[in-house]
Design a protein around this ligand. Sequence first.
Ligand SMILES: NC(=O)c1ccc[n+]([C@@H]2O[C@H](COP(=O)([O-])OP(=O)(O)OC[C@H]3O[C@@H](n4cnc5c(N)ncnc54)[C@H](O)[C@@H]3O)[C@@H](O)[C@H]2O)c1
Length: 373
Amino acid sequence: MKKIRYAIIGTGMMGQEHIHNIALLESTCISVLCDPDGAMRDEALATAHKLGNKDITVIEKPSDADLKSLADALVIVSPNHTHHQLLEELLPLEIPILVEKPLCTNLQDTQAIVTAMAKRTAPVWVAMEYRYMPPTSRLIEEIASNRIGNLKMLSIQEHRYPFLEKVGDWNRFSTNTGGTLVEKCCHYFDLMCLITGANPVRIFASGGCDVNHLDERYDGKTPDIIDNALAIVDFDNGTRCCMDLCMFAEGSDPQEIITAVGDDGKLVVRMPGPDRFWPDSPTRHADISYMPRQAVPPSTETIAVDEKLLAAGDHHGGTFYQHIKFADVVRGNGKVEVSVSDGAIAVAIGLAAEESIKTGESAKIDTNDLKLN
Ligand SMILES: NC(=O)c1ccc[n+]([C@@H]2O[C@H](COP(=O)([O-])OP(=O)(O)OC[C@H]3O[C@@H](n4cnc5c(N)ncnc54)[C@H](O)[C@@H]3O)[C@@H](O)[C@H]2O)c1
């Protein structure tokens, strides 16, 4: 099998999760680490060496090396507001790219990347790990196979710990993240689009920053990101979706609950948060319940994820399973499953949600300019 050499652009928390998961794949290595931050470069290099990678070129910015000769795939894992500029620089190299969500932080940059795709031939995949977590993959399969009939309502709840500290505190300000509903919830809006197979048309959201970050100051400025929200999204096939986010609920177990109701039954998936935040607890597993339209006890099945995958990151194995499929694409054997257009639409829903919170009105979502030709 052809060995894939990966360049990791951005070697912070999520960059290192990618390094751990790439090490679990067959016939792969890390060949380039790129980060402007010296401490993160050193940390990532030590991690990559520990995992058996040799001959790594370490750089501060992509133009410091000939990436075309050093890497077969680029993984962009830098802060959200840097994705647009990095993509503009890296798309012309025609090396397969996996770019972390959110694609960009505003509509103008998002549209510019969609437009730039017309000139590009090598694949670009937007990282949406939540699609690939075994419990969510199972839910997606069950709904697609008509287990609950025609889907009518989909509700996603995430109650969790506050935003973690990031390098340079970039995640404290909406100008860097796109806002909490872009940064955090683009995953869930992407799941809504995938599961409904429809276009989002309208969103009404209510949210605010009520508990976290209120006492924090960065260069004298208070963070402007929200820490809780409720949002309702209407899709053009009539499906109603709902997002319930709370980021001051560290003790929540499960962390995520996804409920899908069709005209023939209901499915509920429950997922624990990362075990590293629950060090005194035994490994917790996700489960899925099927509830038909009769008053009978639900059938519930545990969805266990390999401990080795749980230890390789915070995303319940999703990063690993996504990498398997991305590696197939890099080797020319698979198809991109999360396109630039999918990533762009998820951003557009998040931005519309942030706008709805500001105006107090529902916001229309127009995805026409975000579709790839
Ligand atoms: N898919 C997921 O579930 C998930 C989870 C966490 C983070 N993310 C995404 O991953 C990205 C990084 O998040 P993180 O949590 O690792 O943040 P982080 O702050 O831990 O790491 C970001 C790293 O990027 C570096 N960086 C800054 N500008 C750069 C540039 N121009 N080129 C290269 N590197 C640069 C920083 O120095 C830092 O080391 C964000 O887009 C975030 O939304 C995704």
